[in-house]
Design a protein around this ligand. Structure first.
Ligand code: ARG
Length: 577
């Protein structure tokens, strides 16, 4: 259930009855302070102003008309015309009951859409590095959330699998094969790429062959195609290994690389020319955009085809937008990539719209993110200044988690410990990223992310195991729990109850905005409210059996919500730690 939208709809209806127009918005928000109630409607003043009425009078009129029977225990007008809403305990209890009985914890599917999520998107013959980490884990959390809400999600791993560098890579692969290189040698993609480049720069015969292979590959030559495919496969096998370790849902079947759009590109450029959008400039095809200015203040030129006939990253993204709308029949397409690509995405999509390739209703959204920085505030690098390989980073995470868990949890069997180390190690790296607002840069700091205090994976995972341990001590059957009524007598119980019922609000923001940090913040607050409830409200050593069962039910829903929430983030939980 979404309390905010229930209240919003009801108050808006009353506002309209009281004379406001259909466009009005009740602006219902969770209250920031207990004295303002649980929710507050802030839209009265603007609507009253439009009608030329006194806001407090208008608020009173709305309150006379609105039907919040059973939902609100009390409403009041505050300040210049805010409406404060205090929710009814029985209504809360009833809805908690419904959430407990529901597999999806009472969360309703919204209007179902087909949504393409373009994320991870590493490049062929290059090792995945930390730069791809953010895209992969933020994208995957959003995808999980969208699917949970019932949407049909198409994962599109927009792998960089095309470009002139493939001539050189094929020529080098051929050379290595002739020299019977081992699988090991091929596995080090960074070294492979570097060696290929070195040959290309220093060996004219090799370079000649490489240039020849580019042309052949582009014209569909079978040998070059096969060699190209080998390079893609070797890369994606390694990436898949990273995805599995990261508990990311991408599979080989989700690869929709840049090459997929090749056949569409000549047609698109021809059409842009025919529409007068693309014009020739020094042999290249260029679209001038009024909306973007170059440094001289003139419309910025975006090249869609080079002088030598080659197409560009932008051309591919125009094709991808078209394909996602018409071939995949999506309603919405999200791209998770670095903020430095924002202008590129906006330009590609502006051209897509100007050319009329997608209808107005088709949503194109760049879910951009900032950089991962080292503790020195500079882009995250190895000690020697190289790019950090994702695989190495994950090895280090496991190592550090192992040390931490060995110190903290000594009562675990070897098998249990291994599971905890994995959940905490990988979970910490992911949660540290997910819990920050994605649009800003963030500092990657091992000590912070592995701390048992604060908004971290270990804290959340530990909070979950604490509730599990209450149940392992409780000795209560599901039947007994099921029969029991929830009662919200104590203030701590009430606060926990409301937070539990706000899960859907958090989930829906993540789905709409692509901001997993909202869910992290929600879960962190939930864990905090549970802690203070647990401290003040005895559960197992309570003489009143009804109170005990009611509190156990609150604990149970907290446990389920934490688990479900962490699962949406792609963070594993364990039973003990
Ligand atoms: N391969 C690109 C990179 O490594 C990211 C692709 C993002 N998606 C897109 N449709 N442009 O930077």
């Amino acid at each position: 259930m979404n309390i905010q939208s229930i209240l919003s709809d009801k108050i808006k209806q009353a506002m309209c009855q009281a004379g406001a127009d259909e466009q009005c918005d009740a602006l219902v928000k969770q209250s920031s302070k207990a004295q303002f109630g649980d929710y507050q409607a802030n839209g009265i003043m603007a609507a009253a102003k439009k009608l030329g009425l006194n806001p407090r009078d208008f608020a009173q009129k709305v309150l006379d008309l609105v039907d919040l029977t059973n939902i609100a225990e009390k409403t009041e007008i505050a300040g210049p015309g805010f409406i404060n809403i205090f929710l009814d305990k029985n209504w809360l209890a009833e809805n908690l009951q419904l959430a407990l009985q529901d597999k999806k914890l009472g969360i309703k599917a919204e209007e179902i859409q087909t949504i393409v999520a373009d994320y991870s998107s590493p490049n062929v013959a290059k090792e995945m590095h930390v730069g791809h980490l953010r895209s992969t884990i933020i994208g995957d959390a959003v995808v999980r959330t969208l699917e949970f809400l019932g949407h049909k999600v198409i994962r599109a791993n927009h792998v960089g699998d095309w470009g002139t560098q493939f001539g050189m890579l094929i020529a080098y692969l051929e050379k290595m094969e002739n020299e019977h290189a081992s699988a090991m040698e091929l596995a080090d993609l960074e070294a492979f790429y570097r060696a290929a480049k070195e040959h290309y720069d220093n060996d004219e015969t090799f370079a000649e062959k490489a240039r020849n292979y580019v042309v052949k590959l582009q014209s569909g030559d079978e040998y070059c195609r096969t060699m190209w495919k080998k390079l893609v496969d070797i890369t994606m096998q390694q990436n898949q290994h990273n995805y599995n370790r990261l508990n990311v849902t991408l599979t080989e079947n989700d690869v929709m690389g840049e090459s997929l759009y090749n056949p569409m590109l000549p047609e698109i450029v021809a059409d842009l020319k025919a529409q007068g959008l693309a014009v020739e400039d020094e042999g290249a095809q260029v679209v001038y955009l009024e909306e973007f200015k170059n440094k001289d203040g003139d419309p910025m030129g975006v090249i869609v085809q080079k002088k030598d006939g080659g197409f560009l990253y932008t051309t591919t993204d125009i094709a991808a937008a078209k394909y996602r709308c018409h071939t995949l029949k999506a309603d919405r397409a999200l791209v998770f990539s670095d903020t430095r690509q924002s202008q590129h995405m906006q330009q590609a999509w502006l051209i897509t719209r100007k050319a009329g390739y997608v209808p107005e209703s088709f949503q194109l959204e760049h879910k951009n993110f900032g950089m991962m920085l080292g503790k020195d505030g500079k882009p995250f690098k190895t000690r020697s200044g190289g790019t950090v390989k994702l695989a190495d980073l994950l090895d280090e995470a496991i190592e550090r988690a192992d040390k931490l868990i060995s110190e903290k949890s000594t009562a675990l069997s070897a098998e249990e410990k291994a599971a905890v180390v994995e959940a905490v190690g990988i979970g910490s790296v992911k949660y540290a990223d997910l819990s920050k607002n994605r649009t800003t840069d963030y500092v990657f700091d091992w000590d912070n992310m592995l701390s048992f205090e604060g908004n971290t994976a270990p804290y959340m995972q530990y909070a979950y195991t604490r509730i599990r341990s209450i149940f392992s001590k409780a000795n209560i059957s599901n039947e007994q729990l099921h029969q029991a009524q929830i009662q919200l007598a104590d203030d701590k119980e009430r606060l926990l109850a409301i937070k539990l019922l706000q899960f859907e609000e958090a989930v829906q923001v993540v789905a709409k905005e692509g901001t997993p940090h909202i869910l992290c913040a929600y879960l962190y607050e939930l864990a905090g409210l549970f802690s203070s409830f647990y401290e003040h409200c005895p559960i197992l050593n309570n003489d009143d059996e009804n109170v005990k069962l009611s509190r156990l039910k609150l604990a149970l829903l907290t446990e389920k919500t934490l688990k479900q929430g962490l699962d949406l983030l792609g963070i594993k939980t364990v039973e003990k730690m």
